[in-house]
Design a protein around this ligand. Structure first.
Ligand code: FE
Length: 214
């Protein structure tokens, strides 16, 4: 069982402070007890956590991105006041950390990191992946963003500028990836299905749908 999901982000925490919150400790205690009593197994729990990391959590962000791709007025609102525009779709956090959406273009690629700990836009992306919290990613994203992107299999043209955004407890970033070719006329739902978690952190592009011309 991975034990690193206890870094809480539900409220402003001191950067660099790695003491688990009371809630995290209670969750951990409950989890241990349930496993000990044989009521759940660690693998099943990992599967649930994985779903929140890769499927359920990022689904909110994918809907925001798909809306921006299909509605120019919404996109304008999203880029000027992301917190309100995300709330508009119905995603409301209890403490509302301020959100900023940064747009990828053919000449600018955005990458999100939290260099000091692991602040993450959980409202739109769910739980952060393990690599996002690793010290390797946190330190290298700033020093060598292109190297990090290469490791993720994304090689950018020399002419593309890379912008790195350092998150804090009060300020979270979401990348608005480029809409892939071959999706002209697609509806919001179909588009949202294409949008990956990684593309909204900025370590990937949204892949064109199968059969689309590159
Ligand atoms: Fe952080």
């Amino acid at each position: 069982m991975s034990s690193d999901h206890d870094h809480h982000h539900d409220h402003g925490h001191e950067h660099g402070q790695d003491v688990p919150s009371p809630t995290a400790l209670r969750v951990k205690a409950l989890e241990s007890l349930l496993i000990e009593k044989g009521l759940i197994d660690a693998a099943a729990l990992d599967a649930i956590v994985d779903a929140y990391e890769t499927k359920i959590g990022p689904r909110n962000g994918a809907r925001v991105v798909a809306r921006a791709w299909t509605d120019a007025a919404y996109k304008a609102r999203l880029l000027t006041d992301a917190t309100a525009a995300i709330e508009e779709i119905g995603f409301v956090g209890s403490d509302r950390p301020h959100m900023i959406v940064v747009e990828n273009t053919p000449t600018t690629h955005n990458l999100v990191v939290c260099t000091l700990c692991s602040c993450y836009p959980w409202l739109v992306l769910g739980l952060p992946p393990v690599w996002y919290k690793s010290s390797a990613y946190r330190s290298r994203a700033v020093i060598d963003p292109r190297g990090v992107l290469n490791d993720f299999g994304l090689t950018l043209d020399e002419g593309v500028a890379v912008q790195v955004w350092d998150s804090t407890a009060e300020l979270r970033y979401l990348v608005l990836p480029e809409r892939p070719a071959g999706t002209e006329g697609w509806g919001e739902e179909a588009l949202a299905d294409l949008v990956s978690r990684d593309s909204m952190v900025g370590v990937a592009k949204v892949a064109a749908p199968a059969g689309a011309a590159p």
